[in-house]
Design a protein around this ligand. Structure first.
Ligand code: SF4
Ligand code: FES
Length: 278
């Protein structure tokens, strides 16, 4: 036994599926000797090198940065490289591809629909002066106070774990989902951006923020503390605040407080809730 705690051997119970030859997915078991610090990704690499070279998944950085090794591990969406086998406290590691994604092969999810959602919210800085944006004549400066408005949401590594945990995505494949909506807020809350209005149609569509039931599963599983559920509430709040501002002009009643209390993320200092007036 080469580690200090946990079983010396575990069974990797992996969902296999090759659409070119399998009628449906099936489970296959591999016995793996656990070494100290072994991650789930290390275990899969060992299986591929020693037992079955056809086993397929996606990974790159091995350090929780690239976002490519998302899998459903012992009942939760997780990064395979960021979870040690010993920390699962089980003699079985049950691995399936991420829910809410089509399967390309074995543990490889099809990310096309995920990135289509992402592109839908225009996840980049938009400036009204197109020529200036394409050929800027100077830097767009930003204060530390302006940075904190969105920085938490800029930590997204596009791993798709939030999308796979979302119960609304499971029932509405047109719902924009937590990742894309968090990125809509990330860019619209950026003081250098002038594209809030360009994103509104999608964000507040019938498959936008108001489809969110605030289950909060997206924020629970996010490995980077992005807290997409918080971003979605900020988008809702922003719309209400702007609507109430309209009421103020009409009825003369001032908006004295935010409509909702923002949920605090224990992992990251709370970002203040800016108002989009762009
Ligand atoms: S918000 Fe979090 S869980 Fe969702 S894609 Fe980004 S990093 Fe992954
Ligand atoms: S391999 Fe890059 S996040 Fe896991």
């Amino acid at each position: 036994m080469s580690q200090t705690s946990g079983p010396s051997e575990v069974v990797f119970d992996v969902l296999r599926y090759n659409p070119e030859k399998d009628a449906k997915p099936y489970r296959q078991e591999f016995t793996v000797a656990v070494t100290k610090g072994m991650t789930v990704l290390d275990g899969l690499v060992w299986i591929k090198e020693n037992l079955d070279p056809t086993l397929s998944w996606r990974s790159s950085c091995r350090m929780g940065v690239c976002g490519s090794c998302g899998m459903f591990i012992n009942g939760l969406p997780r990064l395979a490289c960021a979870n040690q086998v010993a920390h699962l406290h089980s003699d079985r590691v049950v691995i399936k591809p991420l829910p809410n994604f089509d399967i390309i092969k074995d543990l490889v999810p099809d990310l096309e629909a995920f990135f289509t959602r992402h592109r839908t919210v225009k996840p980049y800085l938009i400036r009204r002066a197109v020529e200036e944006q394409n050929q800027p004549t100077s830097e767009y400066f930003q204060s530390p106070q302006e940075l904190v408005q969105y920085i938490q949401f800029a930590y997204c590594i596009k791993c798709g774990l939030c999308l796979s945990a979302c119960p609304t995505v499971a029932t509405d494949d047109r719902y924009l989902g937590p990742q894309a909506l968090a990125q809509a807020w990330r860019y619209s809350a950026d003081a250098r951006d002038e594209g809030g209005k360009d994103r509104e149609q999608e964000v507040y569509s019938s498959h936008g923020v108001f489809r969110c039931h605030f289950a909060g599963a997206c924020s629970e599983v996010c490995p980077k503390g992005v807290d997409p559920a918080f971003a979605i509430q900020l988008l809702k709040q922003d719309l209400f605040k702007r609507k109430l501002s309209g009421c103020k002009e009409q009825h003369g009643s001032p908006v004295t407080a935010p409509i909702t209390e923002a949920k605090e993320n224990p992992k990251i200092p709370k970002a203040p809730a800016p108002t989009l007036t762009k």
